[in-house]
Design a binder for this molecule. Structure first.
Ligand SMILES: C[S@@+](CC[C@H](N)C(=O)[O-])C[C@H]1O[C@@H](n2cnc3c(N)ncnc32)[C@H](O)[C@@H]1O
Length: 371
């Protein structure tokens, strides 16, 4: 494992005293309700209220602001206290925000993750053991009868879609600007965006360069959303769509033109190892020595911060229980091996892209001009 220096310090040695470790174990055993209390402190605006009143807020003030009963407010605030989201001044009986509460309120990733877990994952987590044992995303069942969440994405209930896209876009949106600068260091005429989803990146590409053409490959349902969201864009004519089911090994990548760049952002983590090799091999078949694949992934062992590594390894279990049952957030060793086994070579790795800790692996083909 190639852990960053920062993570090595955290994960190779015991971090906690016995008392701290015991508290953490209890926080974990009460995890589901600790999560709900945190969610509701935000939902009812209690953390916001505390943030606006450094002098502290009484139970009665919280009752007035939220319209909740004294019983409800006491239950929430006493739980918030023992999970270290708030502090109490026991002389004046007023609550203030603790550091953890501040992050629950102000860390955008925490907010995105809370919505994602509540709306998309919560019921599915209940079936995690069955998903791990069968390799099937059985936690998806209550939403619909699909093999993967991607087939059902456009049919999920509105709030579920909102939280799914909020989660997906949080990570990629903040990295697209830096990624474009890296990609356009070389001349790009045609870019193939594999798993281009609703065309967010494609639109940024055509805005970035006035000549480039982009072809978005994805499932037909996603391309339909992409067409709607791209309609009326001044450069709509330079954004093309090519339906593909990447799980069908017989479906070749488009080779209607020479693609200088094959872009795969947060794509390979949606597939199991054998599927990744099939995707990369098919990409390699349309490459020559001038083409490059840019793989943008959040490799969990390359993160600077423990919080990021935690979010990513937990996200792996969303893939297990909800998304497809067989994919994960990969580490560098696994991803590099899959790239090599697909006849490709990693030329450069760019790290710390955007706010979500993305890396971009620039890959070239080891085969001679195959097209
Ligand atoms: C996590 S999203 C990433 C979207 C976008 N590239 C980004 O960075 O935000 C993965 C994308 O892969 C697509 N995808 C998943 N399974 C697929 C399949 N079997 N065939 C084609 N596309 C697929 C999904 O529809 C989705 O658009």
């Amino acid at each position: 494992m190639t852990l960053t220096e920062q993570l090595q310090k955290q994960y190779t040695e015991e971090q906690y005293s016995a008392q701290e470790a015991q508290l953490l174990a209890h926080l974990i055993s009460w995890g589901p309700v600790v999560f709900q209390v945190a969610r509701l402190l935000n939902k009812y605006g209690i953390l916001q209220l505390l943030d606006e009143h450094n002098e502290g807020v009484t139970i009665q003030q919280i009752e007035q602001e939220t319209g909740l009963s004294s019983y409800a407010v006491k239950c929430l605030m006493e739980a918030a206290l023992t999970m270290h989201a708030v502090l109490i001044d026991d002389k004046n009986d007023v609550y203030t925000l603790a550091k953890t509460g501040w992050f629950l309120l102000n860390d955008p990733l925490v907010r995105v993750d809370i919505d994602f877990n509540q709306d998309v994952n919560y019921e599915g987590w209940f079936l995690l053991d069955e998903a791990l044992e069968t390799g099937k995303p059985v936690g998806l069942r209550h939403f619909g009868d699909w093999k993967t969440i991607y087939e059902g994405l456009s049919s999920l209930p509105e709030q579920v879609q909102k939280s799914w896209f909020g989660f997906d876009h949080y990570y990629s949106d903040h990295s697209f600007g830096e990624a474009l600068k890296i990609i356009f260091r070389n001349e790009v005429n045609n870019l193939l965006d594999v798993g281009g989803n609703t065309g967010k990146f494609a639109r940024k590409v055509v805005e970035y360069d006035k000549n480039v053409n982009v072809t978005v490959c994805d499932l037909p349902q996603q391309l339909e959303m992409m067409r709607k969201q791209t309609a009326g864009h001044p450069a709509e004519g330079r954004v093309h769509a090519q339906p593909i089911n990447l799980l069908d090994n017989n479906m070749a990548f488009p080779n209607d033109k020479h693609y200088d760049v094959i872009w795969m952002s947060q794509l390979l983590d949606c597939f199991g190892e054998e599927e990744i090799k099939s995707i990369l091999c098919r990409a390699a078949r349309i490459m020559d020595d001038k083409s490059r694949i840019y793989i943008m992934e959040t490799l969990w062992d390359r993160q600077k911060y423990q919080a990021a590594a935690l979010s990513l390894t937990m996200t792996s279990l969303y893939f297990t229980a909800l998304a497809n049952g067989n994919s994960k957030m990969y580490n560098t060793d696994d991803m590099s091996r899959l790239v090599e086994e697909s006849g490709l070579e990693i030329e450069t790795i760019y790290d710390n892209i955007g706010m979500g800790g993305h890396s971009i692996l620039v890959c070239k083909t080891r085969q001679q001009n195959l097209i």
